[in-house]
Design a protein. Structure first.
Length: 555
């Protein structure tokens, strides 16, 4: 007997025997549902035998037989009705458990998201990806499915998606490209650190999506429900299907605010803020201005995260303001980092440590924020000790800047495109999927080891553009991405430590060190961040102008 849990109320299993009922009862199950017709196999007990044994154990038994491979819409509805009415928990079974899992998946489609359903099946050992179109259609077999078809489909209209579309069109204006994204607004997210420091107004970091998309690209304003790479298809919510010859996946990542207990309920109030959200960055600046004394906490979750330097940027700029306004002496600044080092590339740590000492920041490594009590003004951290035990520490705060844990979007993690950690599984140089040769990924969603920054996406976009065209037979050669990433660490208002590096943490300055020495704080680097990079983003990167990032051909 092999019982596999789908939810707290339902588990499924392969064919059971009457002798299994005692064990099933001892496991706490109150109801059985048989989804296998009698006589399907020579070694199969009839349902009446199972029912009699179940009755002896005080377990209800119900018969909902389904022919193998023929789960109908009405069957799923009936299964859902049984699940709502029967005593819980329920064990449903068939030959392998697959029919039972299928019935559950289709019955849950009107109420539960597709990624949740697919992921629950995967955890239990059942691949439900063949049901994506039916799940997207509310659990029913689609009758009329509107199918669009494009040579190139790009999922995600953030920095990576728009830049790649623009780079493709800069090479070939005749390309048939569609971008899939439900958002109405495009954000320049690197600017939110500056908003949180009172340098930028929030509105300068936002533009209407229609205004930034290349004119020759078709915008499909919809959310993606699933991928069917074997059919060269993307399934949208509502069960619309978009077919492609080449697929580029770059939807960014998901900020998991709910992973920290109590956080979602107190964001934007009680002194709890984050520059990782457009609407909260102004609140950061409000808190910094208003704080006269007390304790200010800054947190960083486990990697990977978008822009690993951003948690520190908020801390340094806040501390600089307090120092300039003669308040730093009355404020205790503490940094709680789930990692083991201040910054991942050791060459830049000495310059950062100078500012840690200047602002008298207390560094705490290995501490992961696990809960926040906003009204109570307390934050709870956990730390794993060498002994294997877990230590819990609670700190009071007057202000806390939180960076949430981050992961790939649900529809990515539940797909066959993802690796075991949930990120799109690509070759780190070509950015081509390791299994599906006509699928590419870039930006935050790829499983490459580079820093997840806009600078990385800017370098990746031309690589993907070239390699996609090569796959279509329009150009020759293979372009390679070297892992370049950049993190302008704003250590004070007017100075930046400009970290630039490749795969493996190799330092890779893009300018002569006599002009900008990235290992030292620089006013010129601040000018670059404040005045030059925003126009480069809006009028260069998103327009297909590949200044200093033309791809290197390796074959």
């Amino acid at each position: 007997m092999d019982i596999k849990k789908l939810t707290a109320e339902l588990a499924v299993s392969k064919q059971i025997a009457a002798s299994d009922l005692r064990t099933i009862a001892e496991a706490g199950f109150r109801t059985l549902v048989c989804n296998r017709p009698d006589g399907e196999g020579a070694d199969q007990p009839n349902f009446s035998e199972i029912e009699a044994a179940a009755r002896e154990q005080g377990i209800e038994a119900h018969y909902l037989p389904i022919e193998s491979g023929k789960v109908g819409d009405a069957d799923a509805v009936r299964f859902g009705e049984l699940m709502r009415a029967l005593p819980k928990p329920v064990l449903a079974y068939c030959r392998s458990g697959m029919r039972a899992a299928t019935l559950w998946a289709l019955s849950e489609a009107p109420r539960r998201s597709m990624p949740d359903i697919i992921a629950a099946g995967k955890v239990a050992g059942y691949d439900l990806s063949a049901l994506t179109r039916r799940i997207a259609n509310g659990g029913k077999v689609p009758i009329d499915v509107a199918v669009a078809s494009h040579d190139i489909v790009i999922v995600g209209a953030g920095a990576a998606g728009v830049a790649t579309a623009a780079s493709l069109l800069a090479r070939d204006r005749s390309l048939d490209i569609a971008i899939v994204d439900p958002a109405s607004v495009h954000y320049y997210q690197p600017g939110w650190t500056m908003v949180g420091a009172g340098v930028f107004k929030p509105e300068v970091t936002a533009r209407e999506m229609a205004a930034v998309l290349p004119r020759k690209v078709r915008w499909i304003k919809a959310a993606v429900a699933a991928f069917e790479p074997e059919q060269n298809s993307v399934i949208l919510e509502g069960c619309r299907v978009v077919n492609y010859r080449q697929l580029i996946v770059c939807p960014g990542l998901k900020l998991d605010w709910h992973a920290i207990e109590g956080l979602a309920d107190t964001l934007g109030q009680n002194g709890v803020t984050s520059n990782y959200r457009y609407d909260l960055a102004p609140y950061t600046w409000q808190l910094v201005r208003e704080l006269k004394g007390g304790r200010a906490l800054f947190t960083q979750p486990p990697m990977p995260i978008k822009c690993a330097g951003a948690p520190q940027k908020a801390m340094y700029l806040s501390s600089d303001h307090w120092q300039r306004s003669s308040r730093l002496g009355q404020i205790d600044v503490e940094f709680y980092n789930a990692g083991a080092a201040l910054f991942g590339v050791a060459d830049y740590v000495p310059a950062l440590m100078e500012y840690v000492r200047r602002y008298d920041i207390a560094l705490n490594f290995g501490f992961n924020l696990s809960a926040i009590d906003g009204p109570g003004k307390t934050a709870t951290f956990t730390r794993s000790l060498a002994s294997g035990s877990v230590e819990t520490v609670t700190r009071e705060f007057d202000m806390i800047h939180v960076v949430p844990p981050q992961k790939a979007p649900d529809f990515v993690r539940a797909s066959s495109l993802a690796d075991k950690a949930g990120w799109i599984d690509v070759d780190p140089a070509t950015l081509r999927h390791k299994t599906y040769s006509n699928v590419f990924a870039l930006g935050d969603v790829a499983n490459t080891a580079n820093a997840k920054t806009a600078a990385a996406a800017r370098k990746q976009a031309p690589v993907v553009a070239h390699n996609v065209l090569a796959s279509l037979g329009k150009v020759k050669g293979v372009a390679a991405y070297d892992g370049y990433g950049s993190c302008p660490l704003t250590v004070e208002r007017g100075k930046i430590v400009l970290a630039e590096f490749l795969y493996g943490g190799k330092v890779a300055p893009s300018m002569p060190t006599w002009l900008i020495d990235g290992k030292r704080p620089s006013r010129l680097a601040w000018l670059l961040k404040e005045r030059i990079l925003p126009p480069v983003y809006w009028h260069g990167m998103l327009k297909g102008r590949e200044w200093l990032v033309q791809p290197e051909l390796v074959g």
